[in-house]
Write a protein of this length. Structure first.
Length: 189
């Protein structure tokens, strides 16, 4: 079994008719990930109701499969905690800094407040507004403080999830010369 086939199996996924799907699941024809060979270049597509967004291109099938798995995870992972988001919004509006800080305690290695740091979700306040930035991408700009806090929290959860994936398959990614930052960007954006 190839390393990529092993990852598909461990993630309970398979490729059938160029579409990534769960082992025992049916293809959602409205939202799915496909890998198509176009002139010896493998293209990973995120498909939504007939529209297609290219997520990654490569001439290496195994790399395409890895990025297809990552794209599939992004499309299907249910990470957002709506109850926690409501609690954070309320805490910000009531100036309950203690609760907000407790929510971000698990993200000390991936979150920074007040200044920009590379490879961290950064929230920078400006008066009563805030920006949330990850590396060179502004996630939200000039948002209300409560919205910025919720967005930062949700992106921290996403970031944490994909870092765990990268750590789990570190050797395969290394063997295929896949940069972890490319995996993170594919998953987060």
């Amino acid at each position: 079994m190839s390393n990529v086939q092993h990852i598909l199996s461990k993630e309970n996924l398979k490729i059938e008719n160029k579409i990534i799907t769960e082992m025992k699941g049916e293809v959602d024809l409205e939202n799915y990930i496909s890998i198509v060979n176009e002139n010896d270049v493998y293209v990973v597509n995120e498909n939504h109701r007939g529209s297609r967004k290219v997520k990654y291109t490569t001439n290496n099938y195994e790399k395409a499969v890895i990025f297809g798995i990552v794209s599939y995870k992004k499309l299907n992972d249910k990470i957002i905690d709506r109850e926690k988001a409501r609690g954070l919004r309320k805490a910000v509006n009531e100036n309950d800094i203690k609760f907000v800080n407790q929510c971000f305690d698990e993200f000390t290695n991936i979150f920074n407040e007040g200044s920009f740091q590379i490879n961290k979700i950064c929230m920078i306040k400006e008066d009563e507004k805030a920006n949330v930035i990850f590396n060179d991408k502004k996630i939200v700009e000039n948002a209300s403080l409560s919205r910025a806090v919720v967005v930062a929290f949700n992106y921290c959860k996403n970031y944490q999830q994909i870092i765990e994936f990268c750590n789990k398959y570190k050797e395969v990614l290394k063997r295929l010369s896949i940069d972890e930052n490319d995996i993170v960007n594919t998953y987060m954006f």
